[in-house]
Design a protein around this ligand. Sequence first.
Ligand code: SF4
Ligand code: SF4
Length: 441
Amino acid sequence: MIGSMTALNHMIDSEMDKLRACVHCGLCLNVCPTYIERGDENDSPRGRLYLMRAVAEGRLPPTTSAFARHIDLCLGCRACETACPAGVRYGRLWEAVRADIAARQQPVHLIGRFQRFVLNRLFVSRRRLRWLFAPARVLRRSVLLDRLARMPILPLRLKKVFMLLLATRPPRIERFRPSVQSDDVREDHDADRTTTFPTRQAVALFAGCVGRELFDHTNRATIKVLQEHGRRVINLKEHVCCGALHVHAGEVETARELARKNIDIFELSRGETLITNIAGCGAMLKEYGELLADDPDYRRRAQSFARRVRDISEYLMDIGFRPGPRPVNVKATYDAPCHLFHAQRVTKAPVELVRRLPGVTFIPLAEAHVCCGSAGIYNLIHPQLAGEILHRKLNNVRRTGADVLLTGNAGCLMTLQSGVIEMGWDIQVMHLIELIALTYE
Ligand code: SF4
Ligand code: SF4
């Protein structure tokens, strides 16, 4: 069998030391959401690594359906990497296996074929995406959506789609509007800001493909906060999808094409830094160096590009964050997106930002760094298991007593907010940057 799993063998060759370093200690087991829910060793990181090695060494046929199923059930959250004392780079191995499985299998079920069509035909073009999301934007404004999302007779996946769309509505922030303060406070703040940020450095905003279509409010808040820090924001209108969804689905060649386009566009913009407010995109953009490592024309450019990518939270901390002067009186908690915490290792910046906001009481969330079950389109492919993972997360949120649940990733936000709506709870899920932006109003 060796030789048939090309991408996996290639990866194991380059990562052999790390893979061999797996001492089967099991420290990754209790952070793995699929293992926590199913209790099956084959659905744990250690079990999946064992299966990968068995396939690469010819002890297990790669066509075994159980192998594909256990790999498919992985969320790709990479919590196991953070927990691993031996430095096993599970995420890279998993992506290589996904690519191999995608290359050898024609998806049999309708959802798989539709997913391939959407990723390779629609998510590669800004214009086609605009058309794809046009009905969603119209439906989002209609009360019909509220009815559709709650229709009991709809199939589970379709209902989930409507619920997720419902969750993209701008947050109801009227009740969190800051208390009014005297103009003197604002003037002091403005004078202080001009002294602290005397230059107008240009930064480019990677708005994200779904972000641009459905999270305009989050992007506007990001621009506002950056401007309050003296930055001139270049909106990269022509950028395409970062390719994260493609890599997770094993469509690596399409992801490489998208990466080349984004590098070209960013270089032309002359921005010093590329800012993103979507953790999944940020993790992917920071990995362009590895994605294009075999491309002689783009290798160096991709490495330089990746070094300039910053999540909005780490960027604000880097440049000396100044919250606005107006207090926002809320109790807030924060759920860490896996692709920020585990993939980018941005662990402290978001919490530090929230703690500095005037008026905000921060309440830590138990298991904040465990996946919420979103994971791209995992919650549509595996709605049952994703629902169980989300349920555990929401129970932890409920225990905090917070009125606001903050996060830093569009996918997590949609999943968490849809869960809150389904439960009928009075908790607002919103992007961290939107709460920060309120302090400048
Ligand atoms: S924590 Fe690391 S070394 Fe331990 S079983 Fe998991 S992958 Fe292997
Ligand atoms: S990536 Fe997440 S779901 Fe997959 S094995 Fe690691 S911890 Fe488990």
